[in-house]
Design a binder for this molecule. Structure first.
Ligand code: TXA
Ligand code: MG
Length: 335
C-alpha cells in the first residue's frame, strides 16, 4: 500500500487514477467519509472491494461519477425530479437510487435492477473522477459493520495493506455518510445523511418519507452498523450523567457523549471518558465517528448518549447512534 497527499491536481491524483485503471483499490476522500474505490466496470476489482470489506456480495455499492451530466450513462430512466435534485444537490452528500443502465455490472448492484449514484463534493474526489472518466464503485473504506473512516489514518488503521493506494485529502467535512434517496417510485429516504430531509422536500415540493424498502438489501440499514466496540446505551439527555455514574459504579468504564446543555455538571468524573457534544449538529456530525473511535481507544466498554433532535443533520446523527445501540451480530470487531 502507498499513500499520497492531495494538493490540487497533484501527482497523487495521477497515481490514484493509474491504480484504478490497473484494477487496484484506492481510498478516496469525500466530503462525507473516505470511500474504498474501484473501477465500477472492472468486475474483478469490484469483487475485491467486497472481499476486503468482508461484505456479502448481495449488498450493493454506490457508483461515484464526476458530474450530473453523466447521469444518463449509468441510469436507464432519469425522472424529472431526479434531474432537478441532482442539479440542486450535486456535487454533495446525496445518493440517488435509479433504474440502472446496461453499463452497470451485476457485481456492483448484487443483481438489483437499480443503481445508487453520487457526485461527491470533495475537490480531490472530483479531480480523480474527472481524470478517470468512468464510474468509481466505492463503499465506505471500513470493514463491514465497523465505524466509517473520516481521515486517511482511519483507513490505514482499518484496512492496512488491503488497499493499494490511499489518497489523503484531509479530514472529511460532513463526517456522516450521504443521504440515500430512492426515486424509482414514491420518493423515500433509505438512509438519512448529509442532505436534510427538509431540504429535499422543499426542492421536490412533496413530503419525503424516511423508510426502508422491503425488497432492497441495504447494509446501512442493518441495526449493527456504524458500531464502535463498546455497547451504546441511549437515554434522555437529562439522564446521561446519572446513567454513566450508575454504570461506573457497577464496574463499567463508560464513554459519555454529554449534551452541551449539561456540560457544566461534568467535572470529568474518575473512571469515565467524557466528551462534550458540540452545540451545532453540523459539528457533531463531523466529529461523531472520531468520538466513537476515541471511546474504543480509551477502552470504554459502554457509551452513554442521548439522541439529538431529528431535524437537519440531527436525523442522520440519531440514525447512526440508534444503529450503534442496536443488536450486534457475529461480525468480528476490529482488534
Ligand atoms: O457518503 C457515502 O455514501 C459514502 C461515500 C464513500 O460516498 N459511501 C457509503 O457507501 O456510505 P456504503 O457502501 O458504506 O453505503 C452505501 C449504501 C449501502 O447501504 C447500500 O446498500 C446502499 O447504499 N445502496 C447501494 N446501491 C443501492 C441500490 N441500488 N438500492 C438501494 N440501496 C443501495
Ligand atoms: Mg458503510
Amino acid at each position: 500500500m502507498s499513500a499520497g497527499r492531495w494538493s490540487g491536481g497533484s501527482p497523487a491524483v495521477e497515481q490514484a487514477v493509474r491504480t484504478l485503471r490497473s484494477g487496484g483499490l484506492v481510498a478516496i476522500p469525500t466530503e462525507t467519509v473516505y470511500g474504498l474505490g474501484a473501477d465500477a466496470e472492472n468486475v474483478g476489482a469490484v469483487e475485491r472491494v467486497f472481499a476486503v470489506k468482508g461484505r456479502p456480495p448481495t449488498h450493493p455499492l454506490i457508483v461515484h461519477i464526476g458530474g450530473a451530466h453523466q447521469l444518463d450513462d449509468w441510469a436507464a430512466e432519469v425522472p424529472e425530479p431526479a434531474r432537478r435534485i441532482a442539479e440542486r444537490f450535486w456535487p454533495g452528500p446525496l445518493t440517488l437510487v435509479l433504474r440502472r443502465s446496461r453499463r452497470v455490472p451485476d457485481a456492483v448492484t448484487g443483481g438489483l435492477e437499480t443503481v445508487a449514484l453520487r457526485v461527491p463534493a470533495h475537490p480531490a474526489a472530483l479531480d480523480v473522477l474527472t481524470a478517470f472518466g468512468g464510474g468509481v464503485a466505492a463503499p465506505s473504506a471500513n470493514r463491514f459493520g465497523h465505524v466509517s473512516p473520516t481521515t486517511a489514518d482511519h483507513v490505514v488503521e482499518g484496512l492496512g495493506a488491503d488497499v493499494d493506494y490511499v489518497l489523503d485529502g484531509g479530514p472529511c467535512e460532513v463526517g456522516v455518510e450521504s443521504t440515500i434517496l430512492d426515486l424509482t417510485d414514491e420518493p423515500v429516504i433509505l438512509r438519512p445523511g448529509g442532505v436534510a430531509r427538509e431540504e429535499l422536500a422543499k426542492v421536490m415540493g412533496v413530503p419525503v418519507r424516511v423508510g426502508a424498502k422491503a425488497a432492497v438489501r441495504v447494509p446501512g440499514q442493518h441495526p449493527s452498523h456504524y458500531a464502535p466496540r463498546a455497547r451504546v446505551c441511549l437515554v434522555e439527555p437529562d439522564r446521561v450523567v446519572d446513567e454513566a455514574e450508575r454504570l461506573r459504579e457497577k464496574g463499567h468504564r463508560p464513554g459519555v457523549l454529554l449534551p452541551s446543555a449539561y456540560a457544566s455538571r461534568s467535572a470529568s468524573p474518575a473512571g469515565q471518558v467524557v466528551v462534550e457534544v458540540p452545540h451545532a449538529d453540523e459539528e457533531y456530525a463531523r466529529r461523531l465517528y472520531e468520538f466513537l473511535r476515541h471511546f474504543d481507544r480509551r477502552r470504554c466498554d459502554v457509551v452513554v448518549a442521548s439522541l439529538p433532535e431529528p431535524r437537519g443533520i440531527g436525523l442522520a446523527i440519531a440514525d447512526r447512534l440508534r444503529r450503534a445501540a442496536g443488536p450486534r451480530d457475529a461480525t468480528p470487531r476490529e482488534p
